[in-house]
Design a protein around this ligand. Structure first.
Ligand SMILES: [Fe+2]
Length: 491
């Protein structure tokens, strides 16, 4: 480290060797995992999927932001063995053949500007948009695996081999300019998929809502005006509403196309404009409600349900956007805490009647719930958290935490050893024999050993440590969102 001028405080490094997590030579792989420690419960059968940026350099070009890397989807197939006995675990990891990946692979060099990195001669799509690296999430839907990036159509993959089928247009009902988020929601009763997207026009910004049947056919598309072109990453499905947290993180698309600005630089935090909860009636009857809720920021919602005539909207709320904390490898250097918040809403009176919190000073993200409780009073949720929250200096997710809304407290937590980090949304696989509980799956990286594992925890008792550890042959970088598709796999 270069000498610091007198009076300049040197921040502590709370994540030693973290740079190794983002500088891996990642290859495409497919093999049966044979390095297993611990016990895997019988109900864990199906496929775990995780998507994330997996390559932070292309030719001479290095990327400086976590959102920049090309998306790689990994699958861990938990298959019943011959005759339904035993367990075979196959690991597959493949880059998504996005338009960006294909063009750059052919050219042998970086061609496109990314979320946080610009370079001489870089390209935008149609001169106005980023070429998506398809690096945010992956969900099984209508017999395919859909890999999503921010603001664009997903790519369909073979759910088993992860070979890219192609850009998914939903039977040509959508196209390359259809705004489409990386956070679809699935209605467990109907099997329908809902999604949204934002048109960032400075004059007439819009939010689009989409609904697809379980076969993947577009049933409905609606457009509603937004007050301003703000960045929105996620939404939630309530029993009677689509719920959006609109933070005043304003995107100036002209700034992106007029100069060499990155998307990160085209975003401005305007807390004086205030934040709103948008409640769009699912049945399409009536106006979209817009409720003023202070000036916080939300990247991810946790869940929504109705109880005692109230709508509960739960989310992880921050005091400001978090993307400036994603600089590689100095991540989360001065990140603020994040608060699990429950907005209690009287939809008839069109007002927020209460704001509850779980008092905890940690920075956390990637919330997940038991899938059986989507749209219901769920109680437990799981997040990744930073043990060094509140301290200056780079840090990374090294805690798995279960929060409990019913007690408004931390239920249990596990902290990884020094030099070890967690990645990927924790995924909850419910135990069908119990009303509550199951297994939580997440990704683990030992930076000293440069080894990655997939860990399985008892969902209700994280503190006792992993139930099972599945060591991968080669390390992988931290993923973003993960999902689990139940099933028995091939017989
Ligand atoms: Fe996300």
């Amino acid at each position: 480290m270069p000498p610091q001028p007198p009076g300049v405080e040197v921040a502590t490094d709370h994540a030693p060797l973290l740079e190794r997590f983002f500088d891996l030579e990642v290859r495409e792989e497919r093999y049966v995992i044979d390095d297993i420690e611990g016990h895997i419960p019988d109900f864990v059968r199906g496929s775990y999927y995780v998507n994330g940026p997996a390559r932070f350099r292309r030719g001479e070009q290095r990327y400086g932001h976590w959102l920049d890397g090309d998306g790689m989807v990994a699958a861990l197939h938990f298959d019943a063995g011959v005759g339904g006995r035993g367990l075979v675990m196959e690991w597959v990891q493949r880059f998504v053949r996005s338009h960006k990946w294909m063009a750059e692979e052919e050219a042998g060099e970086a061609l496109f500007r990314t979320f946080g990195t610009s370079f001489a001669g870089d390209r935008l799509v149609r001169g106005i948009a980023l070429a998506s690296p398809i690096n945010v999430s992956a969900y099984h839907f209508a017999d395919q695996l859909l890999a999503f990036g921010e603001q664009g159509l997903p790519f369909a993959l073979d759910p088993r081999s992860l070979e890219t089928v192609g850009e998914h247009t939903f039977g040509r009902r959508l196209n390359a300019i259809s705004p489409f988020s990386a956070h679809p929601n699935f209605d467990p009763l109907s099997g329908e998929m809902h999604n949204f997207g934002v048109s960032f026009s400075a004059r007439s910004p819009l939010i689009h809502f989409y609904r697809f049947n379980a076969q993947g056919e577009l049933l409905e598309r609606r457009r509603r005006p937004l007050e301003r072109p703000v960045s929105i990453h996620d939404f939630a499905l309530a029993p009677r509403h689509l719920v959006v947290y609109a933070s005043p993180h304003v995107l100036d698309m002209e700034a992106l196309s007029a100069a060499d600005a990155t998307l990160m630089q085209a975003l401005t935090w305007r807390p004086e404009l205030g934040s709103q909860l948008l409640l769009e009636p699912r049945n399409g009857e009536g106006e979209m409600l817009r409720l003023e809720i202070g000036n916080g920021y939300c990247l991810h919602l946790i869940g929504c349900f109705e109880a005692q005539g109230r709508l509960m909207v739960d989310l992880v709320e921050l005091t400001q956007p978090v993307y400036d904390q994603y600089e590689v490898p100095q991540l989360f250097a001065d990140v603020r805490p994040a608060q699990p918040v429950r907005y209690v809403i009287d939809t008839e009176a069109e007002r927020v009647v209460e704001r509850r919190i779980i008092a905890d000073s940690r920075m956390c993200d990637f919330p997940a719930i038991d899938p059986r409780f989507v749209g219901r009073d769920y109680g437990d949720f799981w997040v990744l958290a930073l043990s060094a929250s509140g301290q200056s200096g780079r840090k990374f997710f090294d805690q798995l935490v279960r929060f409990d809304w019913h007690h408004e407290s931390v239920g249990s937590a596990w902290t990884a050893p020094k030099f070890c980090y967690l990645g990927g949304e924790p995924v909850m696989v419910p135990d069908p024999a119990k009303r509550r509980g199951g297994v939580v799956i997440c990704q683990h990286f030992d930076a000293q050993e440069q080894r990655s594992s997939i860990l399985l925890f008892d969902a209700l008792d994280l503190a006792k440590g992993p139930l099972a550890r599945l060591r991968l042959r080669h390390p992988i970088p931290p993923g973003f969102h993960a999902s689990f598709h139940p099933g028995t796999g091939p017989s």
